[in-house]
Design a protein around this ligand. Structure first.
Ligand SMILES: Nc1ncnc2c1ncn2[C@@H]1O[C@H](COP(=O)(O)OP(=O)(O)OP(=O)(O)O)[C@@H](O)[C@H]1O
Ligand SMILES: [Mg+2]
Length: 242
């Protein structure tokens, strides 16, 4: 069943201005600003500890910034954390139902049915989540993030534990969401999938946003050839002293 992102009149954007996060005096995000258009598929890449999870968590409203502003209210955002907060002893449908109630959705049962259909989990509805494959658990995790039909969905390393076939299915699904107007932001260490699927790439290093543009523009910045964004990315980091 197709879902449509609630329209906000015009091109909804997801924007952040001068986001800063300090942990005990250590700066994890140093004044990040960007703006995304409706239906854009944006990737955040950067070395371990760059601040990707911190940034996504702040955009999702589960972490408070030390300073800065967000364009959106957190009710408009779907959040898919890297570690799924699923109840392994409950079934797929029970998990969805529980989260639909926790999120105080007006029609929880309709939302559950919609997500079962949309993610292809209908046949698994009564199976215990703990007994599903990693790929199907990830689908439940994503379904929970989409329960409230958010304007934008944020996913932290969504493909990290998936095999190539499951990754392909994931990106088909996420691409479909973006085509129907949901803004998608994801983090990854898989630069090849950024090249294949992302409209825009944000490079975050040591809490600073060093680049925003298309994957092709990132490659062009370091005079790279098309088709090897990973090499271009490494050269980009090197050129910036990392
Ligand atoms: N709760 C916390 N308390 C203190 N420091 C933290 C906390 N969470 C994250 N940090 C620090 O903030 C920085 C950014 O961490 P973050 O997890 O956002 O990076 P990341 O880009 O997601 O890394 P990875 O690629 O390993 O997932 C790191 O230096 C990390 O140690
Ligand atoms: Mg992370």
């Amino acid at each position: 069943m197709p879902t449509t992102a609630p329209t906000t009149g015009g091109r909804a954007t997801l924007a952040a201005r001068a986001l800063t996060k300090r942990y005990d005096g250590r700066t994890a995000l140093a004044g990040i600003s960007f703006e995304l258009e409706q239906g854009e598929l944006a990737a955040i890449i950067g070395p371990n500890g760059a601040g990707k999870t911190t940034l996504l968590s702040i955009l999702a409203g589960v972490l408070q910034p030390s300073a800065g502003e967000l364009s959106h209210s957190i009710e408009q955002i779907g959040w898919v954390p890297q570690q799924p907060a699923l109840y392994s002893k409950l079934s797929v449908a029970e998990n969805l139902r529980l989260f639909a109630h926790l999120e105080k959705l007006a029609e929880p049962e309709a939302a559950v049915e919609r997500m079962l259909a949309q993610t292809g989990l209908g046949e698994r509805a009564d199976e215990e989540v703990g007994k599903l494959s990693g790929g199907n658990q990830q689908r439940v995790n994503i379904a929970i993030g989409l329960l409230r039909e958010p304007v934008a969905v944020l996913l932290d390393e969504p493909s990290a534990s998936l095999d190539p076939r499951q990754r392909e299915r994931l990106w088909d699904f996420i691409g479909g969401l973006a085509e129907r107007g949901t803004t998608v932001v994801f983090s990854t260490h898989n630069v090849a999938e950024v090249e294949r699927y992302a409209d825009r790439v944000l490079v975050l290093v040591d809490g600073e946003l060093l680049f925003t543009g298309t994957p092709r523009e990132l490659a062009q910045t370091v005079g790279g050839e098309e088709g090897d964004l990973e090499a271009a990315f490494v050269r980009f980091l090197h050129a910036r002293g990392h």
